[in-house]
Design a protein around this ligand. Sequence first.
Ligand code: NAD
Length: 295
Amino acid sequence: MSKIAFVGLGNMGGPMAANLVKGGHEVHVFDLSEAALKHAVDAGAVSSPSATVAVEGANVLITMLPAGIHVESVLVSRDALLDKIGKDCLVIDSSTIDADSARNLSKAAADRGIEFLDAPVSGGTAGAAAGTLAFMVGGSDSAFAKALPILECMGKNIFHAGGAGAGQVAKACNNMLLAIHMAGTVEALNMGINNGLDPKVLSEIMLKSSGRNWSLEVYNPVPGVQEGVPASRNYEGGFMTDLMCKDLGLAMDASQASRSPVPMGSAARGLFNLHQAQGNGPLDFSSLLKLYQQR
Ligand code: NAD
């Protein structure tokens, strides 16, 4: 059993911390939101009045925060947790942030003799609750080996992508592809509907044809075609358009840094940004269909 400090108990962090409790760990939690904190305590975690108190005596520190600026503030500047934890405390950041920030944090940790992993996830809130997340991990072999039993409490597919920052690069590639195939799926289904097809029938046809893809298979964007997906609950829950726009910004950063052409990713980013600007940021990203339905 490890003593784990967990900071950031939102849509993802809350259920992830709950799964660590289920895995038999002592989990000390902190979040700026009282409601998020209470949720985690109801799941068996120990509430802390601050991030600094949460890390006292911890062997592992996990952060699950919105963006790089928050992780930097918690680890290095405002809370400066890297100056408060022991050298034996492994730091795992599972937030989706830019690869450069992840590399800088890894270096800041190494300067203090501390091991750091970037370990962003895929699988959404459903995967976080079920403990079936995919983890893409960047960092040393030794830190990865130490983290594995902890990550296995929260995920099913755990990959060592490479050195520091590699997890974030893998995540940027994956989410850019997700944005592209969701936009393509929305575009094709909308064209079919406008030409008189039943979206359910068209979805079945494409699922058995060469247009098959993840968005069509498990995340159909047309309301009423599939049960249990955000489209069938007014695009609530799931993966917010705001977060997809953030991730596409990170993908563009990665493309610039490596001079990789990403015309499809750029087009998808333009579409999701437009959709966000029309006030749809809080809706699930499959609500992009609304943009296409404007006449
Ligand atoms: P969220 O906004 O629901 O949760 C973030 C939590 O961090 C909030 O509870 C907030 O109060 C807390 N927080 C912010 N600053 C803090 C600070 N300084 N100290 C303590 N707590 C602080 O976000 P989420 O959906 O849980 O996503 C978290 C990360 O996971 C993001 O980087 C996101 O891109 C990524 N992600 C999300 C999904 C998804 O489906 N929601 C899927 C994969 C990855």
